[in-house]
Write a protein of this length. Sequence first.
Length: 308
Amino acid sequence: MDMKLSGATFRRAASTVTVIGGSGFIGRNLHRALRSVGARPHVFTRRKPFAHAGRVHPAVAKSDTIFYVAGSVTPALAERNPELVEEDHWNLNLLLWGLRETGHRPLVVLASSGGTVYDPDAAPPYREDSPTRPVAAYGAAKLAQEHALAAADWTTPVILRFANVYGPGQTASAGYGVIPHWIRAVHARETLTMIGASRRDYVHIDDATAALLAVRAHADRLRATPGPTTLNIGSGAPTSLDELHRHLERAVGGPVEVRREPARSFDRTDTWLDVSAAGAALGWSPAIGLAEGLAGTLAATRHTSMSP
């Protein structure tokens, strides 16, 4: 990933930064990107919790910027396991309560969902001021986290509503996006499963990470902004599952068999994001098209699967 830095980024290189959720897909890539620009982030995971006995780690309390990219639920898990939703909400609140007595207003960046928090009756592309009305447990959980952060006026809240993030290194675990599952199936020479018929917004992990770095680079401006800052981070373009399938076939270089299944009760139909506000606020825009990103992800995954 090419990280060309502004002067503001360099000036903030010495500031203290924390990544909570550093073992996840976004967290791992963010950690690498921060180190590539000279930062030495404090990273917390499930095995290394950010809080103990109700108190946040001293490194967290001293941090100027805290990226909260942690989470244990997917849309499917949120429907089946409400206790996991409650645990995620509790963990974020634990962080926010622990920051009340720090004596400064840390920038807290929350990774939210641009695909599930908006009202499905509103027409996409969704802007940040589009009406919100989650119709599934996952979207409701993300919106509740947004509200909790926005109410924490002892912080500088920044909410990034991500589209479907994909790219090399993403695990094909249950509920984690169509792209890693399809790429795993290609390498295993299995039939793809296409669930429902919808259009989605897919953003490459490098673009998602660049947006997170841009937040840090513009931290001073964001701190001067009253109230929370909410920004959509996506490609800004809709892609149907059939189009995604065709992109994959071109990347593979031949036909890929697919089996169709009906949509699940919690699946949205058409969702994609207007990302112009992120351009105005952060100077950020997506740089990696889906065809390029999908081909690169397939190639990287093929290399990994062939490694001893």
